[in-house]
Design a protein around this ligand. Structure first.
Ligand SMILES: N[C@@H](CCC(=O)N[C@@H](CS)C(=O)NCC(=O)O)C(=O)O
Length: 223
């Protein structure tokens, strides 16, 4: 049995993206098991019946089934890039913004990006209304770029940058032309583009085929 922790992940999931970035930056090597959301392997459901990705299974059998738990575990293990420090140094703004993204922003993002999957009679508004509600949260971020910082709190990505940018990437994908040409916040746009070109982001987005039990392990996390 390979002793490296097992990460169940889905390449395009923003929660799984932020977990993979932390694993890479904290130089932890895991066995990566790419899953399809419509066909989650029984091995994952057995350890995490709520069946959302990411899930990290540690050597001692501990199962982490929330992306933030995986990120915090990674920084406790080997915080090579001072991600935890970036969080603690800015704890109030960190908590406020992360909370807004994981709740309000995600709520509107889903209803903007997948508007036709929702039942309009259940209080779901039109695509543009949800886009504009999420935009109000991006305005809060835009105002944080008061100096010439490349990232929220300095010149390297902080915990908060990594925790929220995968969701802003999805927001752009909902209507790329609108985001690139009409979205009013230029700092947010430049910051997202910086993220998409970041070599770490490019590495965590390498494609892997869905895992099957008989497969040789795919290792992820050490350069
Ligand atoms: N709170 C969880 C949320 C994870 C989550 O919702 N992941 C989505 C994919 S992006 C998922 O697995 N959805 C299950 C499904 O669509 O069947 C976390 O932070 O890890």
């Amino acid at each position: 049995m390979d002793k490296r922790p097992i990460l169940y992940s889905f390449r395009r999931c923003p929660y799984a993206m932020r977990a993979r970035i932390f694993i890479l930056l904290c130089e932890i090597e895991v066995q990566l098991r790419e899953v399809l959301l419509r066909d989650i392997p029984i091995e994952m459901i057995n350890i995490s019946p709520k069946a959302t990705v990411p899930v990290l299974q540690l050597n001692d059998g501990t199962v982490l089934e929330e992306s933030l738990d995986i990120m915090n575990w990674a920084t406790d293990y080997n915080d090579k890039h001072n991600l935890k420090k970036s969080k603690l140094n800015n704890i109030n703004i960190h908590n406020e913004i992360l909370n807004k993204f994981d709740n309000e922003f995600k709520f509107h993002l889903d209803r903007y990006k997948y508007n036709n999957r929702y039942d309009l009679s259940e209080g779901v508004k039109s695509k543009d209304i949800h886009r504009d509600e999420a935009l109000k949260i991006l305005y809060i971020v835009e105002k944080l770029f008061t100096n010439n910082n490349l990232w929220l709190f300095g010149n390297s990505p902080s915990y908060l940058d990594i925790a929220i940018l995968p969701f802003i990437r999805q927001y752009r994908i909902a209507d790329i032309q609108w985001f690139d040409e009409k979205m009013p916040y230029k700092n947010v746009r430049a910051w997202l583009m910086r993220f998409l070109e970041w070599d770490v982001f490019i590495q965590v987005m390498v494609k892997n085929k869905p895992w099957l039990n008989k497969d040789e392990p795919i290792f992820f996390g050490l350069n």
